[in-house]
Design a protein around this ligand. Structure first.
Ligand SMILES: Nc1ncnc2c1ncn2[C@@H]1O[C@H](COP(=O)(O)OP(=O)(O)OP(=O)(O)O)[C@@H](O)[C@H]1O
Ligand SMILES: [Mg+2]
Length: 324
């Protein structure tokens, strides 16, 4: 693949990985091919984001990487070895999609418990727990019971348990899902700190803003197939067509005739146009002396790239996202 850089050390190397789920009774089985012939390299010290719609196969990839599922075909190496080797597993941290922690314990008690599982004891354990609580911005709330934690606090304590053993590779399944803007920013800052500290990050997400700000490279998984892998820098530089919304006063409606807009809202006087005709449309509106109050992109470049890669016109229509 074009984006591979063969000289860099690999954290994850995947070749021809496939997974088929069989459910139901043996005489009427339901077969789902969740992952098809995946080839993927993740470099040491990079933040890699796997994007995909619901059901694309993202969690399946993570579970295969962690050895929680056995592949139907293919091979892989994680941190230079076999994931079923205990010494390799001890260098991996994992935040599952739906983490669950015992509610009657405090955040500190939970981290102490996970620290003990990693063989930490006494002063070393207390020191590491304090260190991790600082990292996940939970030092002040570590004495509270988990039952009183917000979703954001739960996710942060979840990252904390994954970090307690100083993992080289941190794997997170939808870490930002359901977070409010404050919780989201806190998580993002934690990931950016971890990146600076040299931890390799593998994130699954359908929140595209998340990958843009955290990930060095992204892969797009669609219906079990890896459609593309690209460095984030390249995506942001690419001129993927993005639609724009031009906000005009209602009184300007008569000046819109013949313009190449995709949609308009008469009540608010706005129009939606393709990025490719933005300059032309603005010039026409200027020549007709129409007052444009604001121009804003309707989707981010990452979102546009993602949708283009999965051939998403149909999905947009189904979800009605671009219909104003
Ligand atoms: N244990 C299972 N048994 C049967 N089918 C499964 C199982 N786990 C996942 N699948 C199916 O495999 C496909 C991929 O599922 P997966 O959970 O990997 O997707 P995902 O990208 O993580 O989705 P989401 O964004 O909803 O978490 C889906 O069609 C799903 O229904
Ligand atoms: Mg999932």
């Amino acid at each position: 693949m074009k984006t591979e850089q063969p000289d860099l050390p690999l954290a994850i190397r995947i070749r021809g990985l496939s997974k088929t789920y069989k459910t139901g009774f043996w005489f009427t089985p339901t077969v789902t091919q969740a992952l098809k012939n995946l080839h993927l390299d993740v470099y040491e010290n990079e933040a890699f984001g796997l994007m995909g719609l619901n059901g694309a196969g993202k969690t399946t990839v993570i579970k295969l990487i962690l050895g929680l599922l056995k592949p139907t075909a293919g091979e892989m190496s994680v941190l230079g070895g076999n994931i079923f080797n205990r010494s390799i597993r001890s260098h991996i941290g994992y935040l599952p999609e739906l983490p669950y922690f015992s509610k009657q314990h405090t955040g500190r008690e939970l981290l102490e418990y996970f620290g003990e599982l990693h063989g930490l004891r006494g002063k070393t354990l207390r020191h590491r727990v304090d260190e991790v609580l600082e990292m996940v911005r939970m030092a002040k709330t570590a004495g509270q019971r988990v039952s009183g934690y917000s979703k954001g606090m739960m996710q942060r304590i979840g990252i904390g348990q994954a970090l307690i053993g100083k993992p080289k590779l941190l794997v997170c399944d939808e870490p930002m899902s359901g977070l409010d803007p404050v919780g989201y920013k806190e998580m993002r800052d934690i990931f950016l700190d971890l990146k600076k500290g040299g931890t390799t990050l593998f994130l699954n997400t359908h929140i595209l803003d998340e990958v843009e700000r955290i990930c060095d490279r992204v892969g797009i998984l669609h219906e079990g197939v890896l459609k593309d892998v690209a460095p984030m820098k390249k995506i942001l530089e690419a001129s993927v067509p993005v639609d724009y919304w031009l906000d005009l006063d209602k009184s300007e409606a008569s000046k819109l005739s013949g313009l190449p807009f995709k949609a308009s809202v008469a009540g608010n006087g706005g129009i939606q146009i393709a990025g490719l005709v933005l300059t032309e449309t603005l010039a026409l509106l200027t020549s007709r002396k129409a007052k444009v109050n604001s121009v804003r992109p309707l989707s981010s470049i990452v979102e546009a790239y993602f949708l283009k890669t999965i051939g998403a016109q149909n999905y947009l229509m189904e979800s009605g996202r671009n219909e104003k």
